[in-house]
Design a protein around this ligand. Sequence first.
Ligand code: C2E
Ligand code: MG
Ligand code: MG
Ligand code: MG
Length: 292
Amino acid sequence: RVKEDGRNSYRFFTPEMQAHTSRALALGNALKQALPRGELHLVYQPQVSLLDGRVVGAEALLRWNHPQWGVVSPAEFIPLAEANGLIVPIGEWVLHTALRQLRAWLDGGLPMMTMAVNLSAVQFGQAGLTDMVSQLLRQTGVPPEALELELTEAVAMKTPEVAAQKMQELSQRGIRLSIDDFGTGYSSLSYLKRFNINQLKIDQSFVRDIGTDTDDQAIATAIVQMAHSLGMTTIAEGVETAEQLDFLRARGCDQVQGYHYSRPLLPEHFEAFVRANLQARKQKPTPSAQAN
Ligand code: C2E
Ligand code: MG
Ligand code: MG
Ligand code: MG
């Protein structure tokens, strides 16, 4: 409602915009205390191989449970953390926590798998990133090949020369690199051959209607073919149905991740999911023993 006091005749902010801004300010402020107060935790989404149905990886996803606001989406608070620089300590905490978790799972007898961690542009731009990551790998005893850093196209394209050098540093140490939300960013494909990228993540916007939309089918198929020709693998995000799964498998997509298999899980639930997956595969005849 416009206040009728004359001074407010020029209103550039609607009440919704104001609410949004004050919420953003309040969230950004509260975020400063989130780490010390233990309000952050990670959930882990299984990444499943389309070759044999094995859980071959986990993606660590950040959650903020605020005492007043409840669960705040990372889509809302990550941009705020990027704007006020908090993404640097938070991102380091995410890396450390995810690597410690993988170490604990391996020590508990789970088979080797990759841990995918999202890296924001601000983090990627930090001097000393490679050393920080290497230090955490040494500290937790996780082999570098088991860590997969997820970058977006925007990160890769921002300062291509710097990015190329950083990616080379990371991949020379054995760390895997994956391009998140592939196909949605504004980028040139030429970076794919210059950068040491291991995997493309087909964005969920192409997966959603893949059962019916022939454009999405063409795009997903092209991404898989291009990735394979360039020596990269592919994983599809946001796979929710058997129909989507079947299409992606038929086109040679390597892995999937999505609600069809599992939502992101708390550590103990992730572990139970992997154990159940192993058990189910033991009970099934192996593909070679199967009569076709
Ligand atoms: P993302 O890395 O592309 O992660 C995929 C998002 O899709 C996650 O949302 C996940 O929960 C969701 N998702 C997974 N399967 C399905 C599905 O079958 N259907 C649908 N509709 N959604 C699915 P989430 O956890 O809310 O994260 C949103 C974004 O926030 C992430 O997108 C990532 O860009 C960012 N983010 C999350 N954790 C971190 C972090 O630790 N660091 C950084 N820098 N960014 C993070
Ligand atoms: Mg993976
Ligand atoms: Mg991701
Ligand atoms: Mg994504």
